[in-house]
Design a protein around this ligand. Structure first.
Ligand code: CA
Length: 219
């Protein structure tokens, strides 16, 4: 799951980015409204965390613009604007939740998951292939009905493979799914996650298509 973090305060941005990455999300962080507009136009995100007081384009204007385009991306406002009117305006403009600054990082992550879960209920389906099943919102995986414990990054790799079950996904695409902008990605980092995934799921579940990439196989 990829989150766009829109926050101009460098201390808050850094802390939130790190907290979300620890929780297993890939995070791209932009620091003004224009950059946010460009990133949102890419359609590459599962959720946005939106500060309201932003340079170049205010958060409320950004949200109104997004919804005017018919874009239903889940948006969680994180703002120090704390009046009831502010919150009503934010939710009325189409935000899915409103978190007041300062907030606790664990609470923010919990709210992010809750928003994603609600959205999952209204559309994003469980990803299943054969007897393997992955729930993006609950972040759980089962194989033949048994839960499988995965690390955050193993989960992200498997999720990327399960989005197009049976299709070959390049290593580059897998890296994009797992790592955020600016992460140092070791040359075999994705292979390491794949190695552990195969240990946990069975080697037959993830096939290496030499020189092309990887795919999940029906099991
Ligand atoms: Ca701000």
């Amino acid at each position: 799951m990829r989150i766009l973090l829109i926050e101009d305060d460098s201390m808050i941005g850094k802390a939130v980015r790190e907290g979300l990455i620890r929780a297993g999300f890939a995070v791209d962080w932009v620091i003004d409204g224009r950059a946010a507009e460009l990133s949102l136009s890419s359609g590459a995100y599962d959720l946005a965390i939106l500060d309201l007081g932003l340079p170049k384009k205010d958060g409320m204007a950004l949200l109104a613009w997004l919804r005017r385009l018919g874009n239903q991306l889940p948006v969680l406002i994180a703002s120090a604007r704390d009046t009831v009117q502010d919150r009503i305006a934010g939710l009325g403009a189409g935000a899915d939740d409103y978190v007041l600054k300062p907030f606790d990082l664990d609470e923010l992550v919990a709210r992010v998951r809750a928003v994603l879960r609600r959205h999952a209920g209204s559309g994003t389906p469980l990803l299943t292939f054969g007897s393997l099943s992955l729930d993006p919102a609950r972040r759980s995986v089962t194989l033949r009905g048994h839960p499988v414990e995965l690390s955050a990054r193993e989960f992200a790799v498997l999720e990327a493979l399960m989005q197009r079950p049976g299709a070959v996904v390049s290593r580059r695409k897998l890296e994009e799914a797992v790592y955020s902008w600016g992460d140092e990605v070791g040359s075999n980092a994705v292979e390491v996650h794949l190695h552990y995934l195969r240990k946990k799921l069975g080697a037959a579940v993830i096939k290496n298509v030499r020189g092309v990439g990887y795919r999940v196989a029906e099991c």
